[in-house]
Design a protein around this ligand. Structure first.
Ligand SMILES: NC(=O)C1=CN([C@@H]2O[C@H](COP(=O)(O)OP(=O)(O)OC[C@H]3O[C@@H](n4cnc5c(N)ncnc54)[C@H](O)[C@@H]3O)[C@@H](O)[C@H]2O)C=CC1
Ligand code: BAL
Length: 499
């Protein structure tokens, strides 16, 4: 995969990196108005990388004012879509030119492996921006089938000033999922990265300006959730917020909206995603490889991670044997070593949270150890269907195994969760595959594979996993536009009385 460097070469790049540390508002870097900063550390070593501006409500007000001016003056919102396309493609090219530096920055700040940053995060980020840029001058508005005497145009307009509240698990990719369609549609954006992972968003803001995105259109406010996310959610002049993160925090946004200007809200939240393996599944070795990828990719810090394996008793032992064998091929260690597939968890706090799910007395089939920011890929056989590791989103490399006797029981168990983000079903029986996929209440169901689809397919959840619009695909465009109807009377009626 890819054109990877050696461990030593990555370390040499890391040693020379400069870190952007200030807020980016109205086209330039600025300290937080309060002068406050917070430390951001490399979770793999605990070493502080930089002190970053800790923004607050006053920075939010200032950024919203600048974003609003940019929007109203039409610096970006009224550019020809083809011009926005050209600038966004220029941004994608700049990201490509700086891909290696961004990959190392992302890995250092988040604990993600350089292997994933180089092979997934950075290329998909670039592809996402290009895809939305290419889309924007190919979308047509509509004319309604109204009477001959009227013409009714149904047009899409950018929403205005958009808040983008991001998680830490895919800092650049989630940025791209949101700024791609939001900027392509002509909005001004205020990005609030997760406090744990701010550095790459700040670097992208700098590159966006170099690409030609006008001042005020792309702003980045580092800082805490209550300090930046909440004032953004409550702001009277923010038109829409798109959020990705935990269900607990996501729940706050509809309330912020109701307590302010009824801004639109899209929420992409947690998951406890089932991988259902039926006893007629073919090629168990391949199934096992998919399950390992689903459960342990990105250290399980993935909202759509397969965290519940629901397996029919007849094939359980054979499947587990193969899953364990595949998982053993995933080395864990320094994220900057390209041999490693499992890096560090994002922060000490998150490490503590994930470790707390590893309890004495569990039937551990693999792993189970946690030390100094790293958690081994862990598989636990569970009889109690209400155990915490079955119900709660752990967001770490922990796979709970549940045993069932039938297809019907498997589907019922798959749905026995407050979440409904993603699911997989492995079977050679096409009818069962489709019946199962239809019956599982989740936004994405993959058959005989693990994945999230790609940029062309909408991503989002059912139940407590999702609310509002979808990320990715043409459907993401809906999130960041509003529909307006324009009626025009065509009658030659100068002398007629108005009825
Ligand atoms: N669905 C997903 O992709 C993600 C799920 N999670 C889940 O959430 C758990 C906790 O992680 P956190 O970082 O605490 O997630 P979080 O949901 O609190 O953070 C997501 C974003 O919301 C912001 N935020 C936090 N509190 C806020 C508030 N009161 N008002 C407005 N914005 C606020 C954060 O600063 C961050 O930018 C994880 O262990 C995991 O289970 C975390 C990150 C991503
Ligand atoms: N899996 C991409 C979206 C997320 O984890 O938040």
């Amino acid at each position: 995969m890819g054109n990877l460097l050696t461990h030593e070469e990555y370390q040499a790049i890391a040693a020379k990196l400069e870190f952007p540390t200030q807020a980016f508002i109205d086209g330039r870097f600025r300290p937080a108005m309060s002068g406050k900063t917070f430390e951001t550390a490399n979770p793999a070593t605990g070493k502080v990388l930089a002190k970053v501006a800790a923004c607050g409500a006053e920075d939010v007000d200032f950024a919203v004012e600048k974003a609003r001016s940019a929007f109203e003056e039409g610096r970006w919102s009224r550019l020809h879509p083809g011009e926005r396309k050209d600038i966004l493609i220029r941004l994608a090219k700049l990201l490509k030119r700086n891909a290696r530096e961004l990959a190392v920055l992302e890995s250092l700040d988040s604990g993600k492996t350089i292997y994933d940053c180089e092979n997934v995060d950075i290329p998909e980020t670039i592809h996402c921006l290009k895809w939305h840029a290419e889309l924007i001058d190919k979308i047509y508005d509509h004319v309604s089938p109204a009477s001959d005497n009227h013409i009714a145009m149904i047009v899409r307009e950018p929403v205005g000033v958009v808040g983008l509240v991001l998680p830490w698990n895919f800092p650049l990719l989630m940025l791209a999922w949101k700024i791609g369609p939001a900027l392509a549609a002509g909005n001004s954006v205020i990005v609030k990265p997760a406090k744990e992972t701010t550095l790459t968003a700040l670097r992208v803001a700098e590159l966006a300006t170099e690409a030609g995105i006008p001042a005020g259109v792309f702003n980045v406010l580092p800082g805490g959730g209550p300090e930046v996310g909440e004032p953004l959610g409550l702001h009277m002049d923010v038109d829409m917020v798109s959020f990705t993160g935990s269900t607990a925090t996501g729940r706050r946004f509809p309330k912020y909206s109701a307590d302010s200007n009824l801004k639109e809200i899209t929420l992409e939240m947690g998951g406890k995603n089932p991988a259902v393996v039926l006893d007629d599944a073919e090629n168990l070795d391949r199934v096992a490889a998919h399950i390992v990828n689903g459960a342990f990719w990105n250290m399980g810090e993935n909202c759509s991670a397969s965290s519940r394996l629901i397996v029919q008793r007849g094939i359980k032992d054979e499947l587990i044997k193969r899953i364990v064998a595949h998982a053993r091929e995933w080395p864990m260690g320094d994220p900057l070593n390209p041999e490693n597939r499992v890096g560090a968890l994002v922060s000490k706090a998150h490490f503590n949270k994930v470790s707390s799910y590893l309890e004495k007395g569990q039937k551990v089939l693999l792993g189970g150890k946690a030390k100094d920011g790293f958690v081994e890929p862990t598989i636990i056989d569970v009889a109690d269907r209400d155990a915490k590791i079955v119900r709660e989103e752990i967001f770490g490399p922990v796979l709970a195994v549940l045993t069932v006797e039938s297809f019907e029981e498997a589907i019922a168990l798959a749905n026995d969760s407050e979440y409904g983000l993603a699911a997989s079903i492995y079977t050679a029986n096409a009818k069962r595959a489709i019946r199962g996929a239809r019956a599982i209440r989740a936004g994405t169901v993959t058959v005989n594979s693990f994945g999230e689809g790609d940029i062309t397919t909408p991503f989002g959840g059912y139940k407590s996993s999702g609310f509002g619009g979808r990320d990715n695909g043409i459907h993401a465009h809906d999130q960041y536009t509003r529909i307006k109807t324009i009626w025009l009377d065509l009658t030659d009626n100068a002398d007629e009385a108005v009825a």
